[in-house]
Ligand binder design. Structure first.
Ligand code: PAF
Length: 281
């Protein structure tokens, strides 16, 4: 595996690999099985797989969240080597952003709810970093996990509206045996917190059933929120049923094939998100 830390070296190396097809897996490190599944899929579908590890400062709206983001670069690079990743791009912040970034991207209505509403500027930062990565790596396919459902919708819009010639590949969320969605942020949780965190998945399963049974959505959301918050373990930021493409809130009459239920909650200050397609899961 080539480990590359500068944009110039990355461009040079990828030029030397022409005309190989490139699959790209962008990450912020603290890798888990979910990330490795993206790399493995990219390896199956492309000649060359490039993975980036870059904790992107401009997508964090809270400095303390950025400071606490888990960083495990040595272990990450070992894991990537083991699954046969071809290129690991790991630039420093100064290399990647040599000057203050003045560009921002407004994704319109798709970023006005959920993550976008609770993390102002987050998707602009995600959009900017991905535009830069896409221009540097020039992949044919880019791989993202469904756990970040709204991010996937934002990336889809970015690719379509800015004419990136890239196929977006969205891969299913990998879960622990408890049902907890794999996430880099889980690394900040102690064993008892991890056990509690799996309640989020059970809450989503209950809500998906509520939708399938045609029960009142608002009242059910409120009951689930109260249950999660009752012993002070969780602080729920949002629970929403939304359209899978527009991310607009939906009612009980919406086509179930286009409904996803999404949740964000803090457990002892660690922010977790998860989602479930109501029909398929
Ligand atoms: O999902 C992530 O880890 C990040 O948002 C991404 C896509 C790597 C951009 O920094």
């Amino acid at each position: 595996m080539q480990i590359i830390t500068t944009k110039a070296d990355l461009r040079l190396f990828l030029k030397s690999q022409y005309p190989k097809s490139i699959g790209f897996v962008p990450t912020m490190g603290a890798l888990h099985q979910g990330h490795l599944a993206l790399v493995e899929r990219s390896k199956r579908e492309n000649d060359l797989t490039v993975c980036s590890i870059f904790v992107n400062p401009i997508q964090f709206n809270k400095p303390e969240d950025l400071a606490k983001y888990p960083r495990t670069e040595e272990q990450d690079s070992l894991m990537l080597r083991e699954v046969g990743c071809d290129v690991l791009f790991m630039p420093s912040v100064d290399e990647f952003y040599p000057s203050q970034v003045l560009t921002s991207i407004n994704f319109g209505t798709i970023e006005q709810s959920m993550e976008g509403a609770f993390r102002p500027g987050h998707f602009s930062g995600v959009g900017v970093v991905l535009c830069k990565f896409f221009n540097l790596v020039k992949p044919q396919k880019a791989y993202f996990g469904q756990k970040d459902f709204q991010q996937c919708a934002v990336v889809r819009q970015l690719i379509v509206e800015l004419d990136f010639d890239i196929e977006l590949v969205i891969c299913p969320t990998l879960r622990e045996a408890s049902g907890l969605a794999m996430s880099s942020r889980n690394k900040r949780l102690k064993p008892t917190q991890l056990e509690n965190a799996s309640k989020l998945y059970r809450a989503l399963q209950t809500l998906a059933q509520v939708f399938r049974d045609g029960l009142p959505l608002k009242a059910s959301i409120s009951t689930i929120k109260n249950t999660l918050e009752q012993d002070g373990i969780f602080e729920v930021e949002y629970i929403e049923f939304v359209d899978t493409h527009t991310l607009a809130p939906v009612g009980i009459k919406h086509d179930p094939a286009r409904v996803v239920v999404c949740i964000a909650a803090l457990i002892d200050g660690v922010r977790l998100i998860d989602n479930l397609l109501v029909e398929h899961e």
